[in-house]
Design a protein around this ligand. Structure first.
Ligand code: CO
Length: 150
């Protein structure tokens, strides 16, 4: 992750949106909108069996190579994304904030009284380490902390 350093940032944070996640009932329909109609470049499609989803990453900035839309489609009727769509319909699902040191960032959030949905980082798409923060502690937004896998 190549993010310019902002001296006002806590050192464990990267100061960038890594990606925005959108739940879609049908990945092809999502690609028809964001890739075919809006012209975003499809970077890769990946199945994440541990999350029971198939995800498509679309580049938001072709020059920097940073910033993506993540389309998340359920692989079956089980799992968080299927439950989200059943409950609320497809739509904006989460915002992923880039962090340099996920352990330090988790500790920072814990200290601030924010509940973590994962006690330890799990491996998300593209081998990245991810942790979700409780949306009720984040103003109604499901926030993902996201760092490069090591
Ligand atoms: Co994500």
């Amino acid at each position: 992750m190549n993010v310019p350093h902002n001296p006002q940032l806590p050192p464990e944070l990267a100061g960038a949106i890594d990606h925005v996640g959108i739940a879609v009932a049908d990945l092809e329909a999502g690609l028809a909108l964001y890739r075919d109609l809006l012209g975003l470049e499809l970077e890769r499609v990946e199945e994440v069996p541990s999350e029971n989803v198939k995800v498509a990453f679309l580049k938001l900035d072709r020059t920097a190579g940073a910033g993506h839309l993540e389309l998340l489609a359920p692989l079956s009727e089980d799992g968080n994304i299927a439950a989200f769509i059943a409950r609320r319909g497809p739509g904006l699902h989460h915002v992923a904030v880039a962090v340099k040191d996920i352990t330090a960032a988790m500790e920072r959030c814990r200290t601030a009284g924010i509940r973590l949905l994962d006690e330890t980082p799990r491996t998300g798409a593209h081998g990245k380490k991810i942790v979700f923060l409780h949306p009720k502690d984040c103003g109604g937004v499901l926030v993902e902390l996201c760092s490069p896998g090591t």
